[in-house]
Design a protein around this ligand. Structure first.
Ligand code: NAP
Length: 249
């Protein structure tokens, strides 16, 4: 029986890296995409290889159409079928009120966090859809609890980009439901990763812990478990659904 395959965008660090390791431990051939941190992605691939798994890092800025197309073409050269796409490559910028946000900042966030997800969904659907000769598959979009809260005083632009991912999940899940593709979404709350440093506050999760009903932030591995479940046949009747991983927040 052929090994299942997964592509995880932004798989070099944080939630994506934890997800890559979990899929590899479960026998998947794992492709991880990253934008610029080659060292981090290589480390993930080495860790997986050390455990006997198979992982291929691929550089691509998924928000650029030509890069997204090249990313999927390089997958085509290695495997016959893509079973799972985890759309996870997201960014945020310095915490700020809306009145101080420039158009270039807003556009950069929307381009990266929305267009990148759309392009990867498009390329995955072309390969997975039974209507187009594929074997079906699963797409998991990593949104954020920010889509619900709106992230006032921190990054409304980021939160709005995640709101768009929720809508993408709903629409696409219905569009391809009869073509063997399930499209679901996880919405992490406050997770310990390097992303918060990009907002100018590396210790943000620590500061907000007392506001979380479970009184702690989440670990990337806890998000990975939910993503993995949604990818497997155990979630066979789940599509267009949302799993909030927020410790009750
Ligand atoms: P992270 O540690 O900052 O890692 C982000 C990853 O995405 C990196 O591998 C980065 O590549 C990659 N990336 C970003 N833009 C890319 C692009 N255009 N093309 C290719 N790769 C790109 O982030 P994280 O905290 O794990 O977040 C992962 C996802 O979870 C994001 O979508 C984020 O919005 C969401 N999320 C996170 C939290 C949280 O508290 N951490 C909460 C809710 C939702 P390089 O390594 O090359 O830079």
């Amino acid at each position: 029986m052929r090994k299942k395959t997964v592509l995880i965008t932004g798989g070099g660090r944080g939630i994506g890296a934890a997800t890559a390791k979990l899929f590899a431990r479960n026998g998947y051939v794992v492709f991880i995409n990253y934008k610029s941190n080659h060292q981090a992605a290589s480390r993930v691939a080495d860790d997986i290889a050390a455990e006997g798994g198979e992982c291929y890092p691929i550089q691509a800025d998924v928000s650029k159409e030509e890069d997204a197309i090249k990313l999927f073409s390089s997958l085509d050269q290695r495997v016959d079928q893509l079973d799972v796409l985890v759309n996870n490559a997201g960014i945020l910028r310095q915490q700020s009120r809306l009145e101080n946000m420039t158009a270039s900042r807003i556009n950069a966030i929307l381009l990266n966090n929305i267009t990148g997800y759309f392009l990867c969904c498009r390329e995955a659907v072309k390969r997975m859809s039974t209507r187009l000769g594929g074997e079906g598959g699963a797409i998991i979009n990593v949104s954020s609890g920010a889509a619900r809260t709106g992230s006032p005083n921190e990054y409304i632009d980021y939160a709005a980009s995640k709101g768009a991912i929720d809508t993408l999940t709903k629409g696409l899940s219905k569009e391809v439901a009869a073509e063997g593709i399930r499209v679901n979404c996880v919405r992490p709350g406050l997770i310990y990763t390097d992303m918060h440093a990009d907002g100018g506050e590396p210790e943000r999760v620590k500061r907000l812990e007392s506001k979380i009903p479970m009184q702690r932030g989440g670990q990337p591995e806890e998000v990975a478990e939910a993503i993995f479940w949604l990818a497997t046949d155990k979630a066979s009747f789940s599509t267009g659904n949302f799993l909030d991983l927020s410790g009750g927040l």
